[in-house]
Write a protein that binds this ligand. Structure first.
Ligand SMILES: [Fe+2]
Ligand SMILES: [Fe+2]
Length: 135
């Protein structure tokens, strides 16, 4: 069983977005497994780097659609993304400064941020994106 289980509350109903969200969930699950298995610092850094790179790719996809469809909650939503990016940057610095592992609090932050961001904030753009022609 993964650290994050996919549930229907995470489905937005837009394929391109849902596929990326599943990849993000997989990356967090991979990180949680790596911590559990006691993988070394450098391996954890690599997994966290991949997670943050993929999150950046995903956020820019959503934000590109915000601009394209003139989404009214874009500013607040972009700020949520930016706050996540800042947090992950801190976690990466701590690891690269030699912290031996990621704490349970870091994993819990990633899990709760992603699941609530998808279920509440991402879900709000659904009708705008559908009207814009995404499916
Ligand atoms: Fe998202
Ligand atoms: Fe988002």
């Amino acid at each position: 069983m993964g650290y994050i289980e996919w549930t229907s509350s995470l489905d937005i109903g837009i394929k391109e977005i849902d596929d990326q969200h599943r990849i993000l969930v997989d990356r967090i699950n991979t990180l949680a497994e790596a911590v559990e298995m006691g993988l070394d610092n450098l391996s954890l850094q690599g997994i966290l780097r991949d997670l943050s790179a993929y999150a950046a790719t995903h956020f820019s996809l959503e934000e590109g659609y915000f601009d394209r469809f003139d989404y009214r909650d874009a500013a607040a939503h972009k700020e949520e993304h930016a706050a996540f990016v800042r947090k992950v940057h801190v976690f990466r610095s701590e690891l690269s400064e030699g912290k031996s592992t990621l704490s349970a609090e870091v994993l819990e932050f990633l899990r709760s941020w992603l699941t609530s961001h998808i279920a509440f904030s991402d879900k709000k753009y659904r009708s705008t994106f559908l009207k814009g022609g995404l499916k």
